[in-house]
Design a protein around this ligand. Structure first.
Ligand code: PEP
Length: 647
């Protein structure tokens, strides 16, 4: 990386402005953790040894618009003096006459620390006048504040327009070359850990990293904006409402590129930043009046598992330390460590608590509406003697298979094979080009016609798209929306899925909303988080009546077309979760009537076991629907199963 470095500057007899990041946690009037101070010592030594007069500047915490004695750099000056074994005088301010005079008086081999840059709001506004005043204090500029270098603040960006030459300090140089090495020729798998309070600070970085890394671990305050983007209620946790969309698009990008994205699955919550204790809860259980302040024990385990993939042990350890203390940035860096220490309770207790949370989580799922089996009700959600019955539904998704020559015999075979069946609703979804032909073949039978996708608009300049009324005209009653193959290949986002659902409903179609997690998401324990995020975002803005008209298909991505199906228990667990969420988002009645299908390598030989689960109301069948006999057999088994169970 060809950057001018401090080593190349003619320092002797010069006054050098060193922008450092001395934003260290304070406690009891002293520096509680001097890591950041130690990091800048080599640069300071080099400058002093080469005969420069050093004017050192930094921010500390987040003062609110003016000087705040609690955020004075005085303790930093003291500790720095100890580390350098020489006095480090502190100027009363960072600009102004007195400061300028003091800076002019610094001799070669001496150092002056300026007071907190952020005591002037102009610093964070990248104010040019303020930057000019800072620039007047020295002859050249060195930036060694790597952790703050992404910020367009006056002492970082604007100052370089007035003070040249500008060079990188030793820490900056070291970090840049490490980053360059990692991003240009990384050892894989490459895992990046991001923390800190704000997404807005790191938007470009996140976007860039998604294109480079194999996994992205997101902790710290910014994780809550991502969790909100997934539809989680996060209580009073720090969220940047205007960045939710950014986070959503990063999540979508990651999903599309196959980048594993690890977000907290539990959090330590408390009433506020100054609370003296916290407790770990699942990420969906953050109380409305509390805020998440740290990652919880299950998240630590999951982040550790993701980081274990990274080959460099030191990186792993450092990243974990940073990840766990991610909330540090939330408090402006000052008091975070103390809070962190207060919360660092005994690991065994933590684990026990974590397990209890897990159990609670599971119990909660078990308590979700259990839907008793009913009689052979022709439509879903009928109440019978106080019990809710849902007619099984089997849908064949032909995907992009079936020219007309193939589609006709397939549809006829299904029609003929299903002359006598009852108690199951059946729908075939051929490709668009075969809809009319298949529609004619099944006309007058109980077999329904469905499409695999639709546009959200009723008409318009959308080349290559098919509008809902066009499907209705062909006799379609159902449309698949958000199939994982479309999400992956066409970049369909939850937002788009939501629009399509609204469009389909407007024309009387029944949308079959497909949701499901990838193998990696399941491995990380993010199944419920993923499904919940998809569901919340897809149903956003729909009223209860609209949700009542949907069908949901849980289709774990890892099971589609792979021959590996979810076990009935795995599927039932997610189905119960979906129903619980719909109960929350719409109503209990809607949830009880909702048909939740399972999709993913369903075949005649596994459908019985799957449909035996009370929560599984039918199947979305891909590959096995391309064989008339096989599909007929699945439908018949579903019908027999329903009859045996008294539905
Ligand atoms: C599907 O395409 O929705 C599907 C579940 O495919 P398969 O049955 O082939 O896994």
């Amino acid at each position: 990386m060809s950057k001018l470095t401090i080593e190349q500057l003619p320092l002797a007899g010069k006054r050098v402005f060193v922008r450092a990041d001395l934003n260290a946690p304070l406690g009891g009037g002293t520096v509680a953790d001097d890591t950041r101070l130690r990091a800048v010592i080599p640069t300071l030594r080099l400058a002093l040894d080469r005969g420069a007069a050093v004017v050192l500047a930094s921010h500390l915490g987040r003062p609110k618009g003016g000087p705040d004695p609690k955020l004075s750099l005085e303790p930093v000056a003291e500790r720095l003096g100890e580390l350098l074994a020489r006095p480090v005088p502190l100027a009363p301010d960072c600009v102004g006459e007195a400061t300028r005079a003091q800076a002019q008086a610094v001799k070669a081999g001496e150092l002056l620390l300026l007071e907190n840059l952020r005591f002037h709001p102009e610093e964070e506004k990248n104010d040019d006048g303020f930057a000019r005043q800072l620039a007047e204090l020295a002859d050249c500029y060195v930036n060694d504040a790597f952790a703050a270098a992404h910020r367009a603040h006056a002492s970082i960006e604007a100052i370089t327009h007035h003070l040249q030459p500008a060079a990188a300090g030793l820490l900056m140089q070291q970090e840049l070359s490490a980053l360059g090495r990692i991003l240009e020729a990384p050892e894989r798998p490459l895992v990046a850990v991001l923390g800190g309070a704000k997404v807005s600070d790191k938007v470009t970085l996140v976007e860039h990293l998604v294109g480079k890394v194999d996994a992205l671990v997101i902790g710290g305050g910014m994780a809550f904006t991502f969790l909100r983007a997934l539809g989680h209620a996060v209580g009073r946790s720090l969220v940047e409402p205007d960045r939710i969309e950014t986070a959503r698009s990063a999540l979508e990008q990651a999903r599309r590129r196959g980048v594993q994205l690890a977000l907290p699955v539990d959090a330590v919550v408390a009433d506020g930043l100054d609370s003296s204790s916290g407790r770990a809860v699942g990420i969906r259980q953050i109380p409305d009046d509390q805020m998440g302040l740290d990652i919880g024990p299950r998240t630590i385990e999951q982040f550790t598992a993701v980081l274990a993939k990274a080959t460099d042990g030191r990186l792993r350890e450092a990243a974990l330390r940073r990840g766990h203390g991610g909330h540090r940035a939330r408090g402006g860096g000052g008091g975070g460590l103390q809070r962190h220490r207060r919360w660092r309770y005994d690991r065994r207790r933590q684990r026990r608590r974590g397990q209890r949370q897990d159990r609670l989580h599971l119990d909660r799922r078990r308590r979700l509406p259990r839907i008793p089996r009913g009689t052979n009700a022709p439509r879903r959600g009928r109440s019978h003697g106080g019990r809710v019955m849902r007619t099984p539904l089997v849908i064949g998704n032909w995907k992009m298979f079936g020219t007309l020559a193939e589609a006709r015999p397939l549809a006829s075979g299904v029609r003929d094979g299903l002359k006598r069946f009852k108690g199951v609703d059946v729908v075939m979804c051929p490709p668009f080009t075969a809809l009319a032909a298949v529609g004619e073949i099944v006309q007058g039978t109980a077999i329904g016609l469905g499409a695999q996708n639709c546009h959200w608009e009723a008409s318009g300049a959308h080349t290559g798209e098919i509008a809902p009324p066009m499907l209705v005209e062909l006799g379609c009653r159902v449309v698949l929306i958000g199939h994982s193959e479309r999400r992956r290949e066409m970049g369909e986002t939850d937002e788009l899925v939501n629009k399509k659902i609204v469009g389909a409903l407007a024309h009387g179609l029944v949308p079959v909303l497909c949701v499901g997690e990838t193998a990696e998401e399941r491995r990380q324990g993010l199944t419920f988080t993923t499904v919940e995020g998809q569901l919340r975002a897809s149903l956003a803005g729909l009223d209860t009546a609209a949700v009542a008209r949907l069908v949901v298909a849980y289709e774990p991505v890892w099971a589609i077309g792979t021959g590996v199906n979810a076990t009935p228990q795995q599927a039932a667990e997610v189905h119960g979760y979906v129903r619980g969420l719909v109960s929350e988002l719409a109503s209990k009645e809607v949830a009880q009537g909702l048909r939740v299908l399972y999709g993913g390598s369903v075949k005649a030989d596994n459908v019985d076991a799957l449909l035996a689960e009370g929560e599984i109301d039918g199947a979305l069948v891909g590959g096995a629907s391309l064989n008339a006999q096989g599909f007929v057999s699945i439908v018949k088994k579903a019908a027999r199963g329903a009859a045996t169970r008294g539905e």
